[in-house]
Design a protein. Structure first.
Length: 288
């Protein structure tokens, strides 16, 4: 269903499963409380919101993010863009800023972000799309017996493979402050395999190939087999959307019910994106 504000069409669905495109919204201007509420409602409904043809600066990017909620540091480990913009995580493809794997942002922390706001800064001549997938739909593709099993499980999320060396060697073991704690080590955390959305109450399959390493209480063979099943469900194109970036595009997504994939198909060209994240809460699973 299309969302309207003051008789204007604002959010047009991109697929029946996930994603919507905004019309007639200028994120560089202060947003009214009514429009912020509509954006938050559309985010719950569509999970991914595309705002094309924006003209944001780092300051207005941060200001827009703050209108949606409290912002985190740029990342638990990676420093912000500069001293004036510690919230902005610069994803530069020439400096490790690629993520060609399905993942949900920062699930290796006890409290992953509520959502992310990504802005296109410098795009390659060709390629560089981003895909998002609906983790609620992924959960519903499982058979009922498998959903009942998943409801009872917990999984380990581990960011050391991607960020421990950076933390130790480039930062001397001193990362950012996240949820009040200075990050000096990346200890794995445990989250429910099925997450209950704190606002909608709907269930999502809260595992991802980027950071989920094992399911607690299972043998290695059992854990790998189940994770493979879950990861196949996540990657199904029927409940995903692919965005082809143009200069100035801004995309907001709900980190509690989606995973995304940055397509690495642009060779030696440079791709620079700026991301900020909105502070989230600790995931919880279904009530036994």
């Amino acid at each position: 269903m299309t969302t309207t504000v003051e008789n204007r069409t604002v959010f047009e669905p991109l697929t029946v499963a996930i994603g919507a495109r905004a019309h007639d919204v200028d994120l560089s201007q202060p947003l009214t409380p009514a429009l912020v509420a509509e954006i938050r409602a559309a985010l719950l409904e569509h999970k991914v919101l595309v705002f094309p043809n924006q003209n944001l600066t780092p300051d207005s990017h941060v200001a827009f993010g703050r209108s949606l909620g409290e912002l985190t540091a740029s990342h638990p480990v990676v420093p912000g863009m500069d001293d004036q913009h510690p919230e902005i995580y610069v994803l530069d493809s020439t400096d490790g800023g690629k993520a060609p794997v399905w993942h949900t942002d920062v699930t290796f922390m006890k409290r992953p972000p509520l959502g992310s706001v990504l802005r296109a800064v410098s795009l390659p001549t060709v390629g560089g799309d981003t895909c998002w997938t609906d983790l609620e739909a992924a959960y519903l593709t499982l058979s009922e017996p498998l959903r009942r099993l998943a409801d009872q499980l917990q999984a380990v999320h581990d960011g050391r493979k991607d960020f421990q060396e950076y933390l130790d060697n480039r930062l001397g073991g001193e990362g950012n402050t996240w949820d009040g704690d200075r990050i000096r080590t990346l200890d794995p955390v445990v989250h429910p395999v099925v997450r209950v959305h704190p606002e909608t109450g709907r269930k999502s399959l809260f595992v991802n190939p980027g950071f989920t390493t094992t399911i607690l209480g299972l043998s290695e063979v059992e854990s790998r087999a189940l994770l493979d099943i879950f990861f196949v469900a996540i990657g199904r194109p029927e409940h995903s959307v692919r965005h082809r970036w143009t200069q100035g595009d801004v995309v907001v997504w709900d980190n509690r019910s989606t995973a995304h994939y940055a397509v690495d198909d642009y060779g030696h060209f440079q791709r620079v994106m700026h991301r900020i994240t909105i502070r989230g809460d600790e995931p919880f699973g279904p009530t036994p």
